[in-house]
Design a protein around this ligand. Structure first.
Ligand code: SAM
Ligand code: FES
Length: 352
């Protein structure tokens, strides 16, 4: 590793910022020693704020119906081969109870954009979880909605909202989505969520079709400006029933590099090592943790539906029971030198 490249990592750590040309150098430099140094500094920063703690989020994938047609996504409306399912309100509450008993203090309700779940239904579900488990945080990840809807759900008790921006380049966005989806509306949603007072998560796929290094730099600039409390990023992985079935998947190396860069830019961000990262590489989640990630999101969905929430091919952990998943993850985390903790794991700015 050259002294210049090492100095860029140090500058990023000290200032949280780089020039575009410097970001480009950091994202494209090929040298294992450099990668190790970047990961090491990212770990040092995460340990300063979060010690060795890794937070768990129990993910309930409650519907795979979706009215959208994102070109990359396996549960897009146009995929007539997807076997569709919806969990009932009772089933969702049962997942929450099971998650609570297993020690989760954050539940993430994720799904396609499914009009079946109206504001009224969702408010009832969020309230139901909060009444049973007031010490549990509820995160929603249910796509684009009106500001009024986001407000109602926040009033009902939802604490956090994950809505990946997918790409900060409008031009790139339009290559990943059909014409009736709009970059500006996605951005409007993120702004509304922020204004309402959610802890907000944005994020992008790494290696999505047509993505350039300049697009990734735009993502970093957007992240820098938006300052999300959470950041979800994982490799793009093709799904065989989508228009992108023959595209290349994103790499572990680039995903891990981006995780470290984001940790250095936003020292306190809540940053998951995603299931997609664990799918492209059997040690992906460990590598993510060792690159500065501090969150894992094991699946709490009933095992009967897990194989149906297939956003991409070869998704891992679709057969295990939730309790088994936690045991497996706890071992994996322990072997990296970190530890899973039972806590809501709020962003430091939101700790009450
Ligand atoms: N419908 C909600 C939304 O749009 O935010 C939440 C569900 S959506 C499936 C969750 C995320 O999965 C997307 O934001 C996208 O980044 C990711 N995703 C979808 N297809 C993927 C693929 N083929 N490879 C990797 N990630 C994918
Ligand atoms: Fe709607 Fe993927 S296209 S969740």
């Amino acid at each position: 590793m050259t002294e210049e490249m090492k100095a860029l990592v140090d500058k990023l750590e000290q200032t949280g910022n780089l020039e575009d040309s410097e970001f480009k150098a950091v994202l494209t430099y090929e040298d294992p020693e450099f990668n190790s140094y970047l990961n090491e500094r990212a770990r040092a920063v995460r340990e300063k704020h979060y010690g060795k703690d890794v937070y768990l989020r129990g993910l309930v994938e409650f519907t795979n119906y979706c009215k959208n047609n994102c070109l990359y996504c396996g549960i897009r409306a146009g995929n007539t081969n997807a076997e569709r399912y919806r969990l009932t309100e009772d089933e969702i509450l049962e997942c929450a109870d099971e998650g609570y008993d297993l020690g989760f203090r954050t539940l993430v309700l994720q799904g396609g954009e499914d009009p079946f779940y109206t504001d009224e239904v969702l408010v009832r579900i969020v309230k139901g979880i909060k009444e049973r488990h007031p010490d549990c945080a509820v995160t929603l990840s249910i796509g684009e909605r009106s500001k009024e809807s986001y407000q109602m759900l926040h009033d009902a008790g939802a604490d956090r909202y994950l809505l990946r921006h997918e790409t900060a380049s409008k031009e790139h966005y339009e290559k990943l989505h059909p014409e009736n989806m709009s970059f500006d509306n996605r951005m409007r949603c993120l702004k509304d969520l922020r204004d309402i007072g959610y802890q907000v998560g944005c994020g992008m796929m790494i290696g999505s079709p047509y993505q350039t290094t300049d697009d990734l730099i735009k993502d970093l600039r957007f992240i820098q400006e938006f300052k999300p409390e959470m950041l979800g990023t994982g490799p793009f992985i093709p799904h065989h029933d989508t228009p992108f079935k023959d595209e290349k998947q994103g790499t572990t190396e680039m995903t891990v590099r981006i995780l470290s860069v984001i940790r250095l830019m936003l020292p306190t961000v809540l940053l998951p090592a995603t299931t997609a990262l664990g799918t492209v590489d059997p040690m992906g989640r460990e590598k993510g943790i060792l690159a500065g990630a501090n969150v894992l999101m094991p699946n709490l969905s009933p095992s009967g539906v897990r194989k149906k929430y297939l956003l991409y091919d070869n998704k891992i952990c679709t057969g295990d029971e939730a309790a088994e998943c936690i045991k497996c993850l706890a071992g994996r985390v322990q072997r990296t030198g970190y530890r899973i903790v039972q806590s809501r794991g709020d962003h430091v700015d939101f700790v009450k």
